[in-house]
Write a protein that binds this ligand. Structure first.
Ligand SMILES: [Fe+2]
Ligand SMILES: [Fe+2]
Length: 171
């Protein structure tokens, strides 16, 4: 395993061990919801977390906060809220989750900067990004989707597996 991947796993574990239990439980549930190209929503979130962490220097934001924001950006998936959610067999439309996710994170007192980045990650289907952290998450999310659709592996499978099990172990 490459050293950048080991470093990512270490920071991920630090972030996850500080998360409230309710958030951890929701993260685990994301493993039952589909993501892109055969990935689960949790795997997508981990890849976005990795890209956020790697790109954090370019956006001049703290790597740990960037990783946390990427990890939590889709936490609202699976909390149906709007009429469109009824049309999706999984019970969520994929559009209103910026609202459900940011509300949940606000309730459990997650860093307000993270909450704002989650709220603003779905532009133009939600409010626009404003801060460098918002843009870091917005860019990493779109980048991960494009790379996955093109067949690029953002994280090698063994790293992804270890990241998923770190979340289950700490939850
Ligand atoms: Fe999203
Ligand atoms: Fe996403």
């Amino acid at each position: 395993m490459e050293s950048k991947h080991l470093r990512f796993l270490r920071v991920l574990e630090e972030v996850v061990s500080d998360l409230p239990e309710r958030v951890l439980r929701r993260l685990c549930r994301l493993h039952d919801i589909r993501g892109h190209r055969g990935d689960t929503r949790l795997e997508h979130s981990l890849k976005v977390a990795y890209l956020c962490w790697r790109l954090s220097g370019k956006f001049r934001v703290d790597g740990k906060i960037a990783l946390e924001s990427g990890l939590l950006h889709d936490i609202g998936y699976g909390i149906p809220r709007c009429p469109l959610c009824k049309l999706d067999p999984g019970g969520h439309c994929g559009i209103c989750h910026w609202r459900t996710g940011s509300e949940l994170l606000e309730e459990v007192n997650v860093d307000p900067a993270v909450v704002r980045a989650v709220r603003r990650h779905m532009f133009p289907y939600g409010p626009p990004p404003r801060t460098p952290l918002d843009w870091c998450v917005w860019t990493s999310d779109k980048l991960e989707s494009v790379l996955s659709f093109l067949g690029f592996r953002v994280l090698p499978d063994p790293v992804l597996k270890r990241a998923v099990s770190a979340i289950y172990t700490l939850s």
